[in-house]
Design a protein around this ligand. Structure first.
Ligand code: NAG
Length: 494
């Protein structure tokens, strides 16, 4: 071979290598997510029971920025066929949606299964499968039946068996057609913001937040065990809970220790009991909370202890690691008398930590600072903390308040975050098997109402038919999903 040929060959090889590192493994899965309260509407059809969100927003509309609620939302209860069309148009592998507990069980208990609720989710699941889209089903995306909240909700130890009973009914109805299950979505935001008065049921109690943390994790474990023992032998599906994790880094060198505690408090509180070899609460957090509770005059830790049996029940209740990741924060110690902003977003008052961002991080709407490297750090942290697990990214996405269909900020977010996911796969050998964009359509974004948009598709909320329109990001995500590569052109919406 002469020199020129060798040179050309090396150029081709370099190009192939370049394309290869822009490519995801052939079995990598791309999907999109929503949740029931945020899209379904039809809060009072048929025999549906009231959820804590229905209940709260009818008496306390003031907690939502635009005083809106999910009574109608995207009307996906009626328009689910259109939603399936959008997912199919993007050529996606799966759709992650959630079941509205009181839509299926109007009393919250298994004494009465709503035929209408069972039919709705059955149709959705069958409709997806007919289009080659795998349903990924979340059992709890924050819609507790109000009837159970009236009995103490997740602070009541009996909530563990209420959830297991509900899970068994869902599995009985759908395990023949659903392979991947998420029990609880983001335990941190199912327990902390609800017990800081920020979201439903909007109760203020630091004790409540920590009781909820214990029982919601045990509820996850109980549901996992129900599937594992009664359904897995026949159907062989996989179950996990969706863990939420920001990337935290110390603001300065002297904030290292506090950052470790902040990670334990906000994240490992929920992952350690399930994924660590020891089980139970993270030791650093457990010691901190015991001491703090003592100083505050409690006779026992506000973070309720697990029994040896409970530790065993929780440990290993996963078939894969499901992670929701959006953003990053720096951590520093609060100054004396410093006021805290929103829990988990601006600070962690229980441990005196202030959360901030760096000037070089980009910014989406509100709390969402854009730091692509953060997702790679978090994926590496999972691997270093818990070993070489199968990881599925079950949420990640970008918010804006714009009506511009050429949503370049969102495209840039997906491109740069997915580049970092590829680095985690190729360079760091983290076993990431899938990515889920939040969200399919603009929807009811909790405290921000309809002002904060996460959708790949816009929804016209002033139009009774809730018309959906593709944004440029829908076409971009489609190209990525279809080619399983980031080596695609940035397309525009029209
Ligand atoms: C359901 O709620 C809507 C408001 O979203 C209301 O207009 C309607 O009358 C209610 N329907 C029933 C049957 O209560």
């Amino acid at each position: 071979m002469n020199r020129t040929r060798l040179y050309i060959l090396s150029l081709i090889l370099a190009l192939v290598a370049e394309i290869a590192c822009q490519s995801f493994p052939p079995e990598f899965q791309f999907g999109v997510a929503t949740s029931s309260y945020q899209i379904e509407g039809a809060w009072n059809v048929s025999d549906k029971g009231e959820s804590i969100w229905d209940h709260l927003l009818h008496i306390r509309p003031d907690i939502i920025a635009d005083l809106s609620n999910g009574d109608v939302a995207c009307d996906s209860y009626h328009l689910w066929k259109q939603d399936i069309d959008l997912i199919a148009d993007m050529g996606l592998d799966f759709y992650r949606f959630s079941i509205n507990w009181p839509r299926l069980l109007p009393t919250g208990f298994p004494n009465k299964v709503s035929e209408d609720g069972a039919r709705y989710y059955g149709n959705l699941i069958d409709g997806l499968r007919a289009r080659g889209i795998a349903p990924v089903v979340t059992l709890y995306h924050w819609e507790l039946p109000q009837s159970l909240q009236d009995l103490g909700g997740w602070t009541n130890p009996l909530s563990v068996e209420w959830f297991a009973d509900y899970a068994r009914i869902v599995f009985t109805l759908f395990a023949d057609r659903v392979d991947t299950w998420i029990t609880i979505n983001e335990p941190i935001f199912a327990c902390e913001s609800p017990y800081r008065g920020i979201v439903a049921p909007a109760i203020v109690s630091d004790v409540g937040a920590l009781l909820c943390s214990k029982y919601i994790m045990l509820a996850h474990a109980a549901a996992y065990r129900v599937y594992d023992e009664e359904f897995k032998p026949q159907y062989g599906g996989q179950v996990s809970f969706a863990h939420h994790e920001f990337w935290f880094e110390p603001k300065t060198d002297k904030d290292q220790e506090l950052t470790e505690l902040a990670r334990d408090y906000a994240f490992s509180r929920f992952s350690y009991p399930v994924y660590s070899t020891e089980g139970g609460w993270p030791p650093l957090l457990e010691a901190y909370m015991a001491e703090k509770s003592r100083i505050e005059g409690y006779t026992r830790s506000k973070l309720p202890a697990f029994t040896a049996e409970e530790i065993k029940l929780l440990k290993g209740t996963y078939d894969f690691f499901a992670i929701n990741h959006y953003t990053s924060r720096t951590v520093r110690a609060a100054l004396s008398g410093e006021e805290f902003g929103i829990f988990g977003i601006d600070g962690l008052d229980e441990i005196g930590a202030v959360l901030e961002s760096k000037p070089e991080w980009g910014s989406a709407l509100g709390w969402l600072k854009v730091n692509p490297e953060g997702i790679r750090h978090v994926l590496n942290r999972i691997k270093h903390q818990y070993g070489d697990l199968k990881v599925m990214i079950t949420e990640s996405g970008y918010s804006d308040d714009s009506d511009d269909l050429n949503d370049v900020g969102r495209i840039d977010y997906y491109k740069t975050y997915l580049e970092q996911v590829l680095l985690a796969i190729n360079e760091d050998k983290v076993n990431v098997v899938g990515y889920t964009a939040w969200s399919l359509i603009d929807n009811f974004e909790w405290n921000s109402g309809y002002q904060s948009h996460f959708g790949l598709y816009a929804v016209d909320f002033s139009d009774p038919s809730r018309k959906r329109t593709a944004k440029a990001s829908a076409r971009y995500y489609e190209s990525v999903a279809r080619t399983k590569s980031l080596d695609v052109e940035n397309l525009t919406a029209n």
